[in-house]
Write a protein that binds this ligand. Structure first.
Ligand code: SF4
Ligand code: SF4
Length: 60
């Protein structure tokens, strides 16, 4: 699944709008739902702060 590096994330919200699974939730900190995320990689590519990375689904 995809994980967020909290130290890099600016909480800009850009990734939330592009996720086709609605897997990204912004609460006190950004969180990605492991149940919903399909490791498609869209959010990884658009994050302007390179805060997201995916393992390509290996951990699922
Ligand atoms: S696009 Fe990147 S910096 Fe913006 S909220 Fe998402 S993970 Fe954080
Ligand atoms: S990898 Fe795809 S499914 Fe997972 S959080 Fe990012 S955009 Fe959503």
């Amino acid at each position: 699944m995809t994980v967020v590096d909290q130290k890099k994330c600016d909480e800009c919200g850009t990734c939330i709008g592009v996720c086709p699974q609605d897997a990204i939730i912004l609460g006190k900190a950004l969180r990605i739902s492991s149940e919903k995320c399909t490791s498609c990689g869209i959010c990884v590519r658009i994050c302007p702060f390179a805060a997201l990375s995916t393992d390509g689904g290996k951990s699922k």
